[in-house]
Design a protein around this ligand. Structure first.
Ligand SMILES: [Zn+2]
Length: 232
């Protein structure tokens, strides 16, 4: 992947379990563990390498806290983490540019990367400004900038749960709602990678605090409400 704005990416599948080092249970920061439980995670698993960073990188606890806070807001609506007993894994990703990932079976969300917390925030902000990512929040507020990452991953979880509930593919259901003949509306450059990334990017825009609603976000919400039974 190249070009401006391609500073980082989300991924799913095998990236969910890339780290081969040692892990500890709990972050060592009571506030973060509590936020993770509030958000609905069953367990926090932290690489020893990242546990050290939580002490040395002063922005790291703040960044994680903001991510977890944003997850807890959508979890109140969808309850996908509790239903699936999702573990939160905090560890460097295998690839330099990966910031977060979600396992296809929802059993694990991994957040954080090889980047420093400050670089993650800046990369996300630049990504939103350059339309690499959808506009899920204000680029002048750190809490809203960083909401993009967890909201995007959470969007994948909601799609996974929707499939479990209804037997339907959420992306396909939204596409049907929009009209099969039409090309998927552009939501972000990253969303053009695949229809599943399009869905996650649309989800981030639909449920972010600064996201402008569009034809796509309205169609997504309508499908979630009418076919998934979600209160959105
Ligand atoms: Zn994704």
């Amino acid at each position: 992947m190249g070009g401006r704005g391609s500073t980082y990416n989300h991924s799913s599948g095998s990236e969910g379990q890339p780290y081969r080092g040692k892990f500890v249970t709990g972050s060592g920061h009571a506030g973060i563990d509590q936020l993770a439980r509030n958000a609905g995670f069953s367990k926090v698993i932290v690489s020893e390498e990242y546990a050290k960073r939580l002490d040395s990188d002063k922005h790291a606890p703040q960044l994680l806290g903001a991510m977890l806070y944003n997850i807890s807001k959508v979890e109140r609506i969808f309850h996908v983490l509790q239903d699936n007993k999702t573990e939160l894994v905090i560890a460097p990703a295998r690839r330099k540019t990966t910031i977060a990932s979600m396992r296809v079976d929802n059993s694990r969300m991994q957040i954080t990367s090889q980047m420093t917390s400050k670089d993650i925030i800046n990369a996300t902000r630049d990504g939103i400004k350059e339309k690499w990512f959808s506009k899920s929040g204000s680029t002048s507020k750190v809490n809203q900038v960083i909401a993009h990452v967890p909201l995007h991953e959470y969007g994948h979880s909601v799609a996974n749960q929707f499939h479990k509930r209804t037997g339907k593919d959420l992306t396909r259901a939204v596409r049907k709602e929009l009209g099969y003949n039409k090309k998927l509306p552009n939501v972000s450059t990253y969303g053009e990678r695949s229809s599943h990334e399009w869905l996650a990017e649309t989800f981030a825009q639909a449920f972010g605090t600064g996201g402008q609603q569009s034809e796509a976000t309205r169609a997504l919400k309508k499908v979630l409400r009418e076919q998934g039974g979600y209160n959105v």
